[in-house]
Ligand binder design. Structure first.
Ligand SMILES: Cc1cc2nc3c(=O)[nH]c(=O)nc-3n(C[C@H](O)[C@H](O)[C@H](O)COP(=O)(O)OP(=O)(O)OC[C@H]3O[C@@H](n4cnc5c(N)ncnc54)[C@H](O)[C@@H]3O)c2cc1C
Length: 115
């Protein structure tokens, strides 16, 4: 049976905290799909600490491929969402599994305003 997608757009603090909550209670017929345009999350607080004496530079950028334990729970798609339709999102770069459009049962949009 194919899985239903919960698509989360944006892997910032808000998107990742939603994923964190969902992972623990996800029904087996659902999968989380994180669509994020960057390869790494930039941890701003860690960046401030890294500018002092501690060597924590490896923790300033966290690779998104570490978000999910298995593809059964979630998949990371590195792309920008360019369009939101009633039941799908269109992405900038085609993905092996989904192509250029990802169907969703639920959509969480956490792209944040740009500073
Ligand atoms: C320089 C700086 C320092 C800060 N310092 C602090 C601090 O010390 N303490 C504090 O509490 N707050 C701080 N903030 C604010 C804090 O970073 C934001 O409140 C927080 O990042 C908001 O989280 P978010 O998940 O809503 O957005 P973001 O963290 O901005 O995440 C949004 C994500 O969506 C992705 N995205 C956007 N559009 C698309 C798209 N179309 N398709 C796919 N992905 C997309 C982006 O790449 C990004 O990863 C700081 C902000 C800045 C700029």
């Amino acid at each position: 049976m194919s899985k239903k997608n919960i698509v989360v757009v944006g892997g910032g603090y808000a998107g990742l905290s939603v994923i964190n909550k969902l992972e623990g209670t996800l029904p087996s017929n659902y999968r989380i799909v994180l669509v994020e345009k960057q390869e790494f999350m930039f941890l701003r607080l860690a960046a401030a600490r890294a500018s002092t004496s501690e060597d924590i530079s490896d923790q300033v950028l966290v690779a998104y491929d570490r978000v999910f334990k298995s593809q059964d729970v979630g998949v990371v798609v590195k792309a920008s969402v360019t369009q939101i339709k009633p039941h799908s999102v269109v992405i900038s770069t085609p993905h092996d599994l989904f192509g250029s459009e990802i169907d969703f049962e639920y959509l969480v949009c956490q792209t944040a305003p740009q500073f």
